[in-house]
Design a protein around this ligand. Structure first.
Ligand code: COS
Length: 387
């Protein structure tokens, strides 16, 4: 039976095979236990590092492989087929490194990117605070100049890989009264004086990925840790998220595909009323919708990723779409997979209940799907006002 031909390059085909192999051989056998124990996937991160997959999102001149958005999406989709908690840990390092890649000086890039490319150090991104989630410009963490140093005070909430990561890109206010234009971005290292971590959060899903609060108490960092210019922090954060969001969409595609595979395999085996339940139209229609929506998600993610790779810079709306649609589909598909498996689906012995718990976060992090609709709506308003 034919599947859609997305004309992946030879390299992309290799990335796909490699990530798929790691997902099947390393991630799937461990995912239930990692989830149950809320354990950080150290050994799988080592496998990903050995396979050079951390290099994919770092340019060649800084020790990476210089992969494009499409390459990264292909890898994320395949890894997410195994487990999105593990994949989020990998993707968070890309997210944390993007501000350095996009706005770092040559010295900053040379110092921080090579160990991220080898997977020796993880990066993390710190924007969200207790009172600044969707309203990202409402951050209260401050950074004040003091001689040759910046002094940070405040806290960041729900930071992925907080504690395990070594390199943090942090958005803090340098001019309190200037709104979004008063924020700046900084590199903070684990071990910097006055930089500490909160307890590991307990979560509904994504339990193998660690989430912690970050605390800055008179945290003193050298002047040269400022990224870009003073006042550019909000823009750096938004551009970072624009670049990362298609990857979250790709993770939605991988997770949805895994749930569909479980649902079809079960429906073909499960006998009720003397026949496999896949022979019933009610089940067939659910599966048909799932398969169609997954293919539409994949096509959207790939199209946007290729547009970014072709050099398009005005990507805010497209990247929001590439995260929004596949992650809403992932929530629906994983919920339907649990429904098709019925009582089995609700049991921890089967993987779909974890998939459904995990899926929820995709609609929340890196911009809630409500905020993404705002972004798309506002972009449409701007576009049409120019016609
Ligand atoms: N690229 C470049 N510039 C951008 C931008 C983008 N994607 N988004 C906004 N900006 C600019 C705007 O053009 C504006 O610049 P000017 O001051 O020159 O006009 C400035 O940034 C402020 O933008 P805006 O007025 O739209 O800011 P808001 O406070 O209304 O917030 C949203 C905008 C809602 C889009 C933003 O707060 C957001 O994305 N929230 C979600 C945050 C998020 O993803 N959190 C997850 C954290 S990581 S898990």
């Amino acid at each position: 039976m034919a599947s859609v031909n997305y004309f992946l390059t030879e390299e992309q085909q290799m990335i796909k095979e490699l990530a798929r192999q790691i997902a099947r051989e390393k991630i799937i056998p461990q995912r239930a236990e990692l989830d149950e124990k809320e354990e950080f996937p150290w050994s799988i991160m080592k496998d990903l590092a050995q396979a050079d997959l951390f290099g994919l999102f770092v340019p060649e001149e800084y020790g990476g492989l210089g992969g494009g958005c499409m390459d990264i999406c292909v890898a994320l989709e395949e890894l997410a087929y195994g487990c999105i908690a593990v994949t989020t840990t990998y993707a968070a390092s890309a997210l944390g490194s993007y501000p350095i890649q996009l706005f770092g000086t040559e010295e900053q890039k040379k110092k921080y990117l090579p160990p991220i490319a080898t997977g020796e150090k993880f990066a993390a991104f710190g924007l969200t605070e207790v009172n600044a989630g969707s309203d990202a410009a409402a951050i209260q963490t401050t950074a004040v100049e003091d001689g040759d140093y910046w002094v940070l005070n405040g806290s960041k909430q729900w930071i992925t890989t907080g504690g395990e990561a070594e390199i943090y890109t942090i958005i803090a206010l340098t001019d309190k009264h200037k709104g979004p234009r008063g924020a700046s971005a900084f590199i903070v290292e684990k071990g910097d004086p006055g930089f500490t971590f909160g307890k590991k959060e307990r979560k509904m899903g994504l339990r193998a990925s660690t989430t912690r609060e970050l605390f800055f108490t008179d945290c003193r960092i050298p002047k040269d840790r400022l990224l870009g210019r003073r006042g550019l922090g909000f823009i750096i954060a938004m551009k970072t998220l624009d670049l990362a969001r298609p990857g979250i969409g790709a993770m939605g595609v991988g997770l949805s595909q895994a749930a569909l595979d479980e649902a079809v395999n079960h429906a073909r085996k499960r006998i009720q009323f003397g026949a496999p339940i896949i022979s019933f139209q009610a089940i067939q229609h659910m599966l048909a919708n799932m398969a169609t929506e997954i293919e539409a998600s994949r096509a959207l993610v790939y199209a946007v990723a290729r547009t970014i790779d072709a050099g398009e810079k005005d990507i805010q709306k497209l990247s929001a779409m590439a995260k929004l649609f596949p992650t809403d589909v992932a929530m629906k598909v994983t919920t339907d997979a649990v429904q098709i498996l019925g009582g089995y689906g609700y049991m921890k012995d089967y993987p779909v209940e974890k998939m459904m718990r995990d899926a929820k976060v995709l609609q929340i992090y890196e911009g809630t799907n409500q905020i993404l609709r705002n972004v798309i709506g506002q972009s449409l308003n701007k576009e049409y006002s120019k016609r």
